[in-house]
Design a protein around this ligand. Structure first.
Ligand code: ADP
Ligand code: MG
Length: 225
């Protein structure tokens, strides 16, 4: 599904050039749970932005379902992004003055569904992350772990091709982190959801079916974590 071939990314700020991704190549197949690990600043988020169709300024190729996406215009790219990817971030990125229901509903409204049609789908998504009873709460009334569950429900509600999670447990304590990892694992096994997850926490490697490690801009597959 995801095929990255010799991708290079250099940030240029003034006189400074920072070569962040160096000939990065990897694949993600449907149904995999891929962990991307590496030290802070090693380029993990830079890579996530590329495979999440947020950044198309790079050298090399990214094929999604066999198609090159780099030269699509911004409108087409955001269309692909909205349909294909469910994002989960470290800081949840929920809208505080929207209820849980309204937050989770957003991707469905983007996809053109009428509010009448979203009700059942939103509830099912919240059930699959274990907090249907929070549907009418606001994010500020929830714990960090509950907020992340809402964010995961929002990420899966429109049935995207894959979930992209960038440090989803970075703001959570270790017990809550494991609960959140269990949810990703359950979605991966029961619903066959493809997950690409960035984390710098090596203790979470055991949840992944494949671990890629970023070292000095190079991405290598690792089996010893
Ligand atoms: P990670 O997610 O692994 O912590 P990032 O991909 O965020 O790493 O960053 C990799 C490197 O690129 C870091 O040195 C960071 O400071 C730099 N960087 C990230 N984004 C930008 C940007 N927009 N402009 C310039 N440098 C950037
Ligand atoms: Mg990062």
């Amino acid at each position: 599904m995801i095929e990255v071939r010799k991708v290079n990314k250099t940030y240029i700020t003034g006189e400074e050039k920072l070569h962040v991704l160096k000939d990065v190549s990897f694949e993600v197949h449907e149904g995999e749970f891929v962990g991307i690990m590496g030290e802070s600043g090693s380029g993990k988020s830079t890579l996530m932005n590329i495979i999440g169709f947020m950044d198309n300024k790079y050298e090399g190729e990214y094929l999604f379902d066999g198609k090159l996406t780099k030269n699509e215009n911004d409108d087409k790219l955001s269309h692909i992004r909205n349909r294909a990817v469910g994002f989960v971030f470290q800081n949840f990125n929920l809208i505080d003055n929207y209820t849980v229901r309204e937050n989770v509903e957003l991707p469905l409204l983007y996809a053109g569904l009428t509010p009448r049609k979203t009700k059942k789908i939103v509830l099912e998504a919240l059930e699959s992350v274990g907090i249907p009873e929070k549907i009418d709460k606001y994010p500020t009334q929830l714990s960090g772990g509950q907020k992340q569950r809402v964010a995961i429900a929002r990420a899966i509600v429109h049935n995207p091709k894959f979930i992209l999670a960038d440090e989803p447990t970075g703001a959570l304590d270790s017990a809550t982190s494991r609960e959140i990892m269990e949810i990703f694992k359950k979605l991966n096994i029961e619903n066959k959801t493809t997950v690409v997850m960035v984390t710098h926490d090596r203790s979470l490697a055991s949840y992944c079916s494949k671990v890629l490690f970023m070292v000095d801009g190079n991405l290598e597959e690792r089996f010893d974590l």
